[in-house]
Design a protein around this ligand. Structure first.
Ligand SMILES: Cc1ncc(COP(=O)(O)O)c(/C=C/C(=O)C(=O)O)c1O
Length: 335
């Protein structure tokens, strides 16, 4: 079950000071990296004869699950934390015809509900990223990066439920195992300050993260306090000699605007965390300007119109006859 996902652009940036390439996952069919894994997982569900799938989500998993379920002629049950989903992602789930179940609570509680249905009912195929087929699809990003530029020194990935950083690392490891490459890049995870159990554990040298009961961040996609894949993510970071970095909501929103206005790339807040993280890693000297760094930009800006409007810009309301005067006036004052 494919929508021609993957093969996303790897775009050179020139305004952030280093050798920084943007892997633009917003170019996937539903606008996020989730499509890579959904194609594989929904294909597997179909092969096994399932007629319905389900997923708890902060939005992008929902949109992608709904699309690939539709592609496969299956029903999809999406469990969302009520009122906490970016409009674009909710709208996609509605358009693709998912059965949208909003729960009073956060993503982590929604995921508990999915696990409960899976254990007791068994006829609805679970698509969250504890499902290994999701990660088998998501690892293909590593293959594409190597095809384009070889093995980078470092890969920066925003971390929520923590499947993606592990999947990408797995892809790089498998390339060494078959002898196509000689090494694996450092994996660096970025988390938002109010939802950073893994990053804090890595930075404080703890093996086990302390879960965040009430995660909070403007980057709603990574507003996750109990990452289901935390052991896998910690392993990927440890075994690649990587690390983690924590960024504030303010740094995320600034990065979102900077990426759009200086490079022309529109990414949603959780995705902009990658740039916020890279800038901070340069400042901290964890990453050098010389090394080749690939930033994974995980979701398109269209997913979250509210965050785009928050960026603000110069807006005018004039009669058509006044446009010339306005433009000439603006040209005189400069931007
Ligand atoms: C744009 C964006 N960037 C980064 C992440 C974090 O990836 P993981 O660390 O693999 O979870 C997500 C995750 C979203 C969901 O978990 C969901 O949609 O339910 C995302 O949508």
């Amino acid at each position: 079950m494919s929508l021609e996902e993957g093969n996303t652009p790897l775009i050179k940036t020139s305004t952030f000071g280093g050798n920084f390439l943007a892997k633009f996952e917003g170019a996937n069919p539903t606008g996020s990296f989730k499509d890579r894994g959904m194609s594989v997982a929904v294909s597997n569900a179909s092969n096994l004869g399932y007629r319905a799938v389900m997923a708890a989500s902060t939005g992008n998993t929902a949109a992608s699950a709904a699309a690939y379920a539709a592609r496969a002629g299956m029903r999809s049950f999406i469990i969302l934390p009520k009122g906490k989903i970016a409009l674009g992602k909710l709208a996609q789930s509605v358009l693709y015809g998912a059965e949208v179940i909003e729960v009073e609570g956060n993503f982590d509680e929604g995921l508990e509900a999915v696990l409960n249905v899976h254990k007791t009912n068994g006829t609805v195929y679970p698509l969250n990223s504890f499902n290994p087929w999701r990660l088998e699809g998501q690892k293909t990003l590593a293959f594409e990066v190597v095809e384009s530029v070889g093995v980078p020194d470092t890969v920066v990935v925003p971390v929520g439920n923590a499947g993606n950083i592990y999947a990408i690392w797995k892809g790089f490891v498998e390339l060494t195992q078959v002898g196509l490459t000689e090494r694996v890049p450092r994996m660096i995870g970025v988390q938002a300050e109010g939802a950073s159990p893994i990053a804090r554990a890595v930075l404080e040298g703890r093996e086990i993260p302390e879960f965040t009961e009430s995660p909070e961040t403007i980057a709603s996609a990574i507003r996750i306090g109990k990452p289901v894949n935390w052991p896998r993510a910690m392993r990927a970071i440890r075994e690649s000699n990587g690390t983690a970095v924590v960024v504030t909501d303010e740094e995320i929103l600034l990065a979102q605007t900077e990426m759009a206005r200086r490079e022309g790339l529109g990414v949603e807040p959780a995705s902009a965390a990658t740039l916020a993280g890279y800038v901070k890693l340069l400042k901290l000297g964890v990453v050098s300007k010389e090394e080749l760094v690939v930033g994974v930009f995980t979701g398109h800006s269209l997913k979250d119109p509210d965050s785009m409007m928050r960026a603000g810009t110069r807006r005018f309301l004039v009669p058509p006859s006044e446009v010339l005067k306005l433009v000439e006036g603006e040209l005189r004052v400069g931007r």
